[in-house]
Ligand binder design. Structure first.
Ligand code: FES
Length: 107
């Protein structure tokens, strides 16, 4: 299932995060090297909103206890921590779409 996420001009700036919520979704969107990525917004540790954290290098840093997850694939920096659910993001013209129900496995 594909759904529209937002327009290109609503994406966060490079190196920034933004929460996108609605229709049962709570996502953290980030931009890396001009490409948008989407991961779950709730931190798997204690549920902090990851979009309120920051992006350091290629990692989303949780605002509560600084757990770090790679934005591109949701993998935790610390071995043994749970990964984030990731979503495939695609751009068609000036619109950004999200593929739902099929989390993307990225290397
Ligand atoms: S709630 Fe995110 S690291 Fe604790």
């Amino acid at each position: 299932m594909i759904r529209k996420l937002c327009n290109v001009d609503q994406l966060p700036e490079e190196g920034k995060l933004r929460a996108v919520q609605g229709d049962g979704l709570d996502l953290c969107i980030g931009m890396l090297e001009g490409k948008p990525y989407a991961v779950q917004n709730a931190c798997p540790h204690q549920g902090a909103p990851l979009a309120a954290g920051c992006l350091q290098e290629s990692y989303v840093v949780c605002p509560y206890h600084a757990w770090r997850f790679r934005l591109s694939n949701g993998q935790p920096e610390q071995e043994g921590d749970p990964p984030l659910q990731t979503y495939e993001v695609r751009q068609y013209g000036s619109e950004i779409f999200l593929r739902l129900f099929q989390p993307v496995e990225r290397p």
